[in-house]
Design a protein. Structure first.
Length: 504
């Protein structure tokens, strides 16, 4: 057994009982006011108050009691070959066991209450697909010191002979000026819409939704409809911008990307909920530069890891366990990508082979057809129903949609490209979300060649490089037929040749 390992069974931290009780109290507090307002209409106010208080107390005591039973009947241990977790809640028993040699990630997270109490949740993953999803083992929760000990012990690897020349240490750290890119994503308008929905929901709880709507109507009674729409849209976008800034601060504050001895990339970030995410370098197969349209127009990009065995976040819909760097200036993103890959020159900035003009024609046809569909529907409904307003709307939308479609199609064509940069296959595509992928040629395990009837007539084809990492497949869209096949054959010699050479 390796020194420092332990065979004895351990318990979770007992303060998890307090965490559960406080969480139950929060739920009770959140539901107390709507419940009280609902009961006060049929009961005396003091009776409604007693009922709500009794329900809240029962919820808190019940949550604490369940957590106490869970704590008492949960054990884990780290052995020489396996990590095991045994948990039993009444008649339900759960046993998890992970082979140590298959462990690929040990991530630590702590929401504000856990941070106050000095606790962390540990998520141990192998990255393998099982019938129940990702093969993971979670310890919720242990002390911060125990979490760090588990992370170091389970990710420890023997150092190679060149360990002194591995350039361990900080690769990137937070620059507060990066926050300017937060409102440029599609999250901002979504958050704005969510804010409007929240206002309407809260007003309904208090029974004043009609008053709120009437009040807004009075404010804009003498205002032209166009200005009403512009004002409401602007207010919604401003609320979304504020929400996007707050979300960025919560996710990326205290950010630090570093390479630890033994070959592990570690991302630490988070203002209220602290996160520590680890990626083994030996599982890394490349990087992806992601540029949403708004971010790209400002010359920025974020960096995602392409790796096997990444555990996907499930507790936070906005959390991404593969992001190594938030949106930053493109030159900085290329620099960090090169440092992550240990390359002197970033492969993501390599000069790429442009695609034939036939690819541009295909995108123009797709875009114009897509733009024509809603115009045709409006015009058809207007003619069938005899509603001139629909015809006028169709006529007004037609040139706007056509121009937008053409611009996006031309941009999509300009963004197409592929090539080889040292040991990497580089491919780029997209317009609303442009993506530049640098995939290790040794990580390509197969090729899929697709050619539709129209592609065949135009001399184009789509190549898909399959890999065990990241999304599992990365595409080279509408490449020249002969040039694309040559690039694929050169990228991974011996993999595609049997299908290109005629049989004897």
């Amino acid at each position: 057994m390796v020194e420092g390992e332990s065979e004895e069974w351990r318990r979770l931290d007992r303060r998890t009982v307090l965490v559960a009780a406080v969480a139950a109290a929060g739920v009770a507090a959140g539901g107390a006011l709507p419940a009280f307002l609902g009961l006060v209409g049929v009961l005396a106010w003091w009776v409604a108050l007693l009922v709500v208080a009794a329900g809240a107390l029962l919820l808190v005591l019940g949550g604490g009691a369940l957590a106490q039973v869970r704590w008492h009947r949960t054990r884990y241990r780290v052995g020489g070959e396996r990590v095991e977790l045994h948990a039993r809640l009444f008649v339900v028993e759960r046993r998890r066991s992970l082979p140590r040699e298959r462990i690929r990630s040990v991530d630590l997270t702590a929401h504000p209450l856990l941070r106050i109490l000095g606790l962390v949740k540990v998520r141990i993953g192998t990255g393998e697909k099982t019938a129940g999803g990702e093969s993971t083992l979670e310890l919720d929760a242990v002390s911060r010191a125990e979490g760090e000990r588990l992370r170091r012990e389970l990710l420890r690897r023997a150092a190679g002979p060149d360990a002194t020349a591995r350039h361990d240490g900080e690769l990137a750290a937070l620059d507060p000026s990066w926050i300017r890119y937060a409102p440029l994503t599609f999250v901002a308008p979504l958050l704005g819409g969510a804010a409007v929905g929240a206002v309407m929901q809260v007003s309904e709880w208090f029974g004043v939704q009609r008053e709120v709507i009437d009040r807004v109507g009075e404010v804009f009674r003498t205002t032209p409809l166009v200005w009403v729409v512009l004002t409401l849209v602007t207010a919604t976008l401003l609320a979304g911008v504020v929400g996007a800034l707050a979300l960025w601060v919560e996710m990326w504050w205290n950010y630090r990307l570093e390479r630890e001895p033994g070959g592990t990339l570690r991302v630490r970030r988070g203002l209220l909920t602290a996160r520590s995410l680890s990626v083994e370098e030996r599982r890394l197969r490349g990087v992806e530069l992601v540029e949403p349209l708004g971010v790209r127009l400002c010359g920025a990009a974020r960096v995602d890891a392409i790796a096997t065995g990444l555990v996907k976040g499930k507790d936070d819909k906005h959390d991404s366990h593969k992001s190594l760097l938030p949106a930053v200036p493109r030159a900085r993103a290329d620099e960090v990508a090169a440092r992550v890959l240990r390359e002197p020159v970033p492969p993501t900035s390599a000069r790429l082979t442009p695609h034939p003009r036939a690819a541009r024609a295909r995108r123009l046809r797709w875009a114009l057809t897509t733009a024509a569909l809603p115009v045709a529907v409006l015009a058809g409904l207007g003619a069938a129903l005899g509603v001139p307003a629909l015809l006028y709307t169709a006529a007004a939308c037609a040139p706007v949609l056509a121009v937008t479609a053409v611009l996006l199609a031309l941009d999509a064509y300009r963004n197409l490209g592929h090539g080889l940069a040292g040991g990497y296959l580089v491919t780029r595509a997209g317009t609303v979300r442009r993506s530049t992928v640098a995939l290790q040629r040794g990580g390509v395990i197969g090729w899929t060649v697709k050619q539709s009837y129209f592609q065949r007539r135009a001399g184009l084809l789509t190549l898909t490089a399959t890999t065990a990492a990241g999304d599992g497949a990365y595409h080279v869209y509408d490449a020249d037929g002969s040039e694309g096949l040559h690039c694929a054959a050169t990228a991974v010699p011996g993999l595609l040749e049997p299908f290109l050479e005629p049989a004897d």
